[in-house]
Design a protein around this ligand. Structure first.
Ligand SMILES: Nc1nc2c(ncn2[C@@H]2O[C@H](COP(=O)(O)OP(=O)(O)OP(=O)(O)O)[C@@H](O)[C@H]2O)c(=O)[nH]1
Length: 436
């Protein structure tokens, strides 16, 4: 039987389904990347124009070796080559690949064919070694080396596509005290749980890494403005608001976040990291637990008057559950005060306000059930105060976007102080007197 050439559409379909990666490159750059390469690395079907280029699918070092081997074949310095490459999966895991490069003459243009396959099982030891070199052993997150590689890839990709991305530099607040008070093992578990919070806060195409100690960094892809980055930062703050449960311990944990964006705040790795780092230190200095989008001028920072609702001894009323409720309310007001001094997303401020209202409503409901100890007159007055306060808080929430945040906070601060010092003092005293 004489062999006739495969029809072009059948050949295309076959090539796309082969369980190996095929890349064609010529003097004019990469001409073709097969679906097989994306499938090897675990990417969903490539999305036309948006598909990642080969240099974003392997580590920077691998790309440098691959690129120069292609150049040598194109200039005739060699005619075939076998290379080891390290591929990157969408989750940031590294896979060892082998590429066989050879020359093709396609339609009169010299072309380099790279056939790429994953290494056989017997080479898995090398894979786990390279995984160790790029992973933080405590959290399993990418380490500084892999982060720098990803950042350099993001820069290359976005320079080519004209897109933008953001860096979030994150440092835990008061982490040393957790180690000192509860021990290093508890500290380690805090770091692991925080790593999981960060992983939950980002999309598959984003990256998270632990730089060392209590310092983490995120790369968020496809961010046209700081808005998406602020949204992710707000979600991290929200996830921390309830504290962490480490065995029997309930620990409070805050983080300071600095954000920089490409291309607004720099065109190279150094400038972008420095801007996010400076913004993070500014967030720390202004009171911790906040986010800051790019660095702020010193003069601007010094204008921010320190202000918060300090929990003082005279706010303790002696009834455990009432004091606990009040502390929770004070904590949310302080979080709103921090939000005032940083560039937080409105949605985050709104969710803090919702949380303040539901915490206050739950506190009122508990007090309503304990008011038997009051005289009829005091009970009516206290219940009326609750109804008025809830109506006022709902009114503030409804017009939150249009109002001045500083005035809203001033109102909440004064109201919480008055509430604790007057009406709840009377109720607490009556409860303490009636206690057996
Ligand atoms: N448990 C644990 N602790 C670590 C690890 N690596 C670093 N540390 C500790 O993390 C702490 C980090 O120090 P700082 O950043 O100054 O601590 P901080 O209390 O968060 O300070 P602020 O950022 O100013 O709030 C140090 O006490 C280190 O010993 C680790 O892998 N596990």
């Amino acid at each position: 039987m004489s062999a006739s050439p495969l029809p072009a559409d059948l050949a295309n379909a076959l090539v796309e389904q082969l369980p190996i990666g095929i890349v064609l490159a010529s003097h004019s750059g990469t001409r073709y990347v097969s679906q097989g390469l994306y499938a090897l690395l675990g990417y969903p079907a490539k999305a036309g124009e948006n598909a990642l280029a080969p240099d974003a699918l392997v580590t920077t070092k691998s790309w440098q070796r691959w690129h120069s081997a292609i150049a040598q074949l194109l200039t005739g310095e060699s005619s075939a080559e076998t290379l080891s490459l390290t591929g990157i999966t969408p989750c940031g895991d590294l896979i060892e690949l082998q590429a066989q490069l050879s020359l093709l003459d396609s339609a009169g243009e010299t072309t380099v064919l790279s056939l790429i396959r994953s290494l056989p099982e017997s080479d898995l030891d090398t894979q786990s070694l390279s995984r160790l070199a790029f992973r933080d052993s405590l959290t399993g997150l990418p380490n500084r080396a892999l982060f720098l590689d990803r950042l350099s890839q993001s820069l290359r990709c976005n320079k080519r596509t004209g897109g933008g991305f953001a860096l979030l530099c994150i440092d835990l607040d008061g982490f040393k005290a957790i180690n000192d008070t509860h021990g290093h093992e508890t500290g380690d578990e805090v770091l692991r749980q925080f790593a999981a919070i960060l992983q939950n806060a980002i999309r598959e195409s984003d990256s998270v890494a632990r730089l060392g100690g209590d310092e983490f960094i995120l790369i968020l892809q496809d961010t046209d403005s700081g808005k998406a980055a602020l949204h992710v930062a707000a979600n991290i703050h929200l996830a921390l608001l309830d504290g962490l449960q480490i065995g029997p311990l309930q620990l409070e944990l805050g983080a300071s976040i600095g954000i920089s964006a490409y291309p607004e705040h720099g065109h190279d790795m150094h400038a972008l990291i420095a801007a996010a780092d400076k913004a993070m230190y500014d967030a720390k200095r202004q009171g911790k637990g906040t986010s800051r989008y790019k660095a702020m001028a010193e003069a601007e920072l010094s204008k921010l008057a320190p202000m918060n609702l300090n929990w003082s001894a005279d706010m303790e009323l002696g009834v455990d559950w009432i004091d606990r409720d009040h502390r929770a309310m004070v904590k949310i007001v302080n979080r709103l005060i921090q939000a005032l001094f940083s560039v937080e997303e409105f949605a985050f401020i709104q969710s803090l306000m919702e949380q303040f209202i539901s915490t206050t409503a739950a506190h009122f409901a508990r007090e309503d059930r304990a008011m038997d100890v009051l005289s009829e007159e005091d009970r009516l007055r206290h219940q009326q105060e609750h109804a008025q306060a809830l109506a006022e808080l709902q009114r503030i929430r409804a017009k939150l976007e249009a109002s001045s945040l500083s005035q809203t906070i001033q109102f909440l601060t004064n109201w919480v102080r008055e509430h604790i010092r007057h009406s709840d003092r009377t109720l607490s005293e009556a409860l303490l007197q009636s206690a057996p």
